[in-house]
Design a protein around this ligand. Structure first.
Ligand code: MRU
Length: 380
């Protein structure tokens, strides 16, 4: 267990670091952050949703939460790719981290089979991991970094492992910083609306929007979370509720479509204020944001009721080079059935876009590890 006072002193240093941007201090803080990282992760081996072992990585099967805690072993990139595709692992930063280790275990397996680690082998591994889920930019970013490492190290496994760990650690650090900045936009006494799951289960640390919620609670703010259940995969009711309960943070679940009604009811009937905080899967240079389906509905409601709407994400989610975002569309059955039970006629057709796009002018602020950015956005 980490001492709270120690954690607080590091947080204070983070604040100073970001405000003053002093190079020397930055190095000192990194050292401190690394210490915390190693303490929180049993020496850089364990996080809530994954464990690094000698010949495999184990994932907590998020499809079964909160009812069952089962772990799935992945021995190479194909296993990891299938874990990402089937949503055993999900959440943009978590997908990037998983893919980085997927590269390592894929290469390791080739070495065990006495195969040469050629660039073609690397490319094949990268392709397999890349062709899993199209929307989260963190996946592409992490794989590009691993490619850079493969080329620079000539396929040195120790260096490749260290690079994957660095990707994890940098997300861990970003989560703290995002939480620190994000806690500022949470009402002292009010409500925070959020969608999907943006906590430890989705990242390499405390989360993005969830980190801000956790941070604000630790700072003594008095608010309640309104968590959207997040149809059809129920990341809100299954995963965010699980994490909020663990953190003892007060919350209510609502069905997605009741968000605008809830917002108006709170504003009409109480003097309390509301903030909406969400994560992101891909943010374009101008702030256009793809996130879980339902996010745009929240943004529209927030705009209509003059409620601030914030997107929180590490800079590894920002895609500076694309002009448009590919939105993942998953199987119709995820909509037509519920917990394995058919809830629509067999022959009914369904759309299952799992993300939507919020235009930049609906977003009051985008919060990364570097601070709070406001509209108009220009992430160059
Ligand atoms: O389909 P998922 O569960 O991978 O979608 C996750 C989200 O939409 C999250 O909001 C996003 O990845 C940010 S998580 C820190």
């Amino acid at each position: 267990m980490i001492d709270e006072n120690y954690l607080n002193s590091v947080r204070q240093s983070f604040i100073k670091l970001v405000q003053e941007r002093k190079r020397k201090e930055f190095e000192k803080i990194l050292e401190e952050a690394q210490k915390i990282f190693y303490e929180e992760t049993e020496g850089g081996k364990r996080h809530v949703w994954f464990r690094l072992e000698d010949g495999y990585i184990e994932f907590l099967d998020q499809r079964l939460l909160p009812h069952k805690e089962e772990w799935v072993r992945c021995y190479d990139e194909r296993d990891v790719a299938s874990a990402i595709k089937s949503m055993i692992v999900r959440g943009a930063p978590a997908i990037g981290i998983s893919a980085s280790f997927g590269v390592f275990y894929g290469l390791k397996k080739r070495v065990q089979r006495r195969e040469n680690l050629t660039y073609e082998v690397f490319k094949e591994i990268k392709e397999t991991l890349f062709n899993t889920r199209p929307t989260a930019f963190n996946l592409q970013k992490a794989l590009d970094e691993m490619e850079e490492e493969f080329k620079a190290s000539g396929g040195d496994l120790d260096k490749i492992y260290a690079r994957a760990k660095k990707i994890w650690f940098s997300d861990f650090l970003s989560c703290y910083l995002i939480g620190m900045w994000g806690s500022e936009v949470i009402p002292q006494d009010g409500f925070v609306f959020t969608i999907c799951n943006t906590g430890s289960l989705a990242t390499g640390g405390w989360g993005t929007a969830f980190s801000a919620i956790k941070f604000a609670k630790k700072l003594g703010k008095n608010f309640e979370v309104i968590a959207l259940e997040t149809r059809p995969f129920l990341q809100g009711s299954r995963l965010t509720a699980w994490e909020l309960l663990k953190e003892k943070i007060p919350f209510h679940l609502i069905v997605d479509s009741s968000a605008p009604f809830m917002m108006k009811k709170i504003l009409d009937e109480t003097p309390k204020s509301i903030s909406v905080l969400t994560g992101a899967d891909r943010i374009l240079r101008n702030g256009t944001t793809a996130n879980k389906i339902g996010t745009f509905m929240l943004a529209i409601s927030a705009k209509i009721f003059s409620v601030p709407f914030y997107v929180l994400a590490p800079s590894t989610t920002i895609d500076k080079n694309s002009e448009y975002i590919v939105i993942e569309s998953r199987a119709e059955d995820e909509v037509k059935s519920f917990s394995g039970i058919q809830v629509a006629p067999k022959d009914a057709k369904a759309f299952n876009f799992v993300f939507d796009i919020t235009p930049p002018d609906f977003i009051s602020g985008i919060i990364t590890e570097e601070g709070i950015f406001s509209y108009p956005y220009n992430f160059d």
